[in-house]
Design a protein around this ligand. Structure first.
Ligand code: EPZ
Length: 419
């Protein structure tokens, strides 16, 4: 599972260009299954999760090429609408091919995704959403079959929680259900949901309000060939911003949509970090001292993103005073805390909240990554710490950070990888 060795103490300096957003690429690749026309996608990051989704499209029968950030997809001539377990097991987001396959071909089978280290991660909102659209859902031996049973005219789906995956899954299936008007209330409003809505419209669908809590979809079967460029990755951008601040460096971050990161940049400024917007999609992050202590509450967008919570906790482990981070999206997402404590952090967990007594510095140690963002947090902790840190089980980091070794080395990080 690979390990990264990091020698801490070097401030990161220089510039880094942000890649396309993993969490926009995955639902958009799944949605490409709706089309009987060619789909071209640009700014697609070369990540293991993207490779997995491309494997799934090929397993369904699509012809897919991927070169220099550009994915070209030709639709399947004779689709295979049951997705093998070993692919879904690798990545939860693959469950979202169920809706588009069943809506396009009438019937599909996909295995239930497993849990993962950040939580149980049920798909009940996905299933009740698809049932509301008129699908019959059977769950047998860990597989979910969806088959189109009832033609409806009007559906209103009110999500108990603004789930990103459930919102995207329902939007994608509803987009091709001819003559069906679907309303999603309490929808997730993340920029990646908005990007999916823009992609569906580029294919000739009619989606209104993607990126807000209220989305309306008017189903259609007339889709067009399309050529679509996805948004930059706000979580990658936030990760490098934290790394710059945590190492008291000075880093220019380009190709970033600053408006996608407002809640995060507000917190970063509260810590005393300087953020300067030098061009429309370029910021400079610099920091000279330990961060001031802050209170952070993770919330669905537009709140502080859960995918930057581990990185922020690593940074705040050296805050001047006591910082508090409350997680409301994945309440168990604190496995990185035990590892940070091995490096000298002083953090207590109580009921979904981390109480961080800032220490003057971390010390390098052997640590274990439990998920993609925990891996990023531990690499940042290694960059901040005195001495050598080895992050074990680190390969998960390549699921979400394109060319991370090259990008960090170019910023002056003393880092190496052993497979
Ligand atoms: C997406 O996961 C992202 N993944 C996650 O990023 C991100 O952390 C998460 O949204 C929240 O922003 C992708 O987009 C591929 P949710 P998703 O459905 O869709 C509960 C990363 O590191 N829930 O918004 O799985 C769920 O348990 C990954 O890039 C149900 O109870 O997240 C959680 O508590 C990690 N039933 C909450 O909702 C359901 O049917 C939010 O989950 C669905 C979700």
């Amino acid at each position: 599972m690979g390990s990264m060795t990091v020698y801490g103490g070097q401030p990161l300096r220089g510039s880094v260009k942000i890649s396309g957003a993993k969490n926009a690429a995955l639902p958009i690749l799944a949605a490409s299954l709706l089309s009987s026309e060619r789909v071209i996608l640009r700014n697609i990051p070369d990540l293991t999760d993207v490779q997995t989704m491309i494997e799934i499209l090929r397993a369904v029968g699509s012809a897919v090429s991927f070169k220099d950030g550009c994915v070209e997809i030709e639709p399947p001539l004779s689709p295979n609408t049951s997705v093998p377990y070993e692919l879904v097991r690798k990545m939860r987001a693959s469950f979202n091919v169920l809706g588009p396959l069943a809506a396009t071909y009438g019937d599909a089978v996909v295995s239930l995704p497993g849990g993962c280290s950040i939580g149980v991660r049920p798909v009940n909102y996905h299933i009740t959403g698809l049932e509301s659209l008129g699908f019959k859902i059977d769950i047998v031996h860990g597989f979910v079959r969806a088959s189109l049973k009832k033609k409806k005219k009007e559906v209103v789906i009110s999500l108990p929680f603004p789930s990103v995956g459930a919102t995207e899954h329902i939007m994608t299936a509803a987009a091709v259900m001819k003559d069906l008007h679907t309303v999603i209330e309490n929808a997730a409003a993340e920029p990646e949901v908005e990007d999916l809505g823009n992609f569906l419209n580029a294919m000739g669908c009619r989606v209104i309000g993607a990126g807000t809590r209220h989305i309306e979809i008017f189903g259609t079967r007339e889709l067009l060939p399309c050529d679509y460029t996805i948004i930059p990755d706000r979580i990658e951008a936030g990760t490098y911003a934290v790394a710059a601040a945590a190492t008291r460096g000075h880093v220019e971050i380009s190709n970033v949509e600053v408006k996608h990161l407002s809640a995060f940049t507000n917190v970063l400024k509260e810590t005393g970090t300087t953020l300067e917007i030098v061009k429309p999609r370029t910021i400079i992050v610099s920091m000279k001292d330990r961060p001031a202590n802050v209170r952070v509450t993770v919330e669905p967008y537009p709140g502080f993103p859960t995918d930057l919570q581990p990185q922020m906790i690593a940074f705040l482990s050296i805050s001047q005073g006591t910082s508090v981070v409350t997680e409301t999206v994945f309440k168990m997402r604190f496995h990185h805390v035990d590892e940070l404590k091995r490096m000298g952090a002083n953090i207590e967990l109580t009921n979904g909240t981390a109480i961080i007594q800032g220490v003057s510095k971390l010390s390098g140690a052997d640590v274990n990554a439990t998920d993609l963002r925990a891996a990023a947090a531990l690499v940042i902790a290694g960059l901040m710490a005195e001495g050598k840190t080895v992050v074990h089980d680190v390969d998960q980091i390549f699921r979400g950070y394109e060319k991370i070794m090259e990008k960090l080395s170019a910023l002056g990080a003393e880092i190496s990888y052993e497979g």
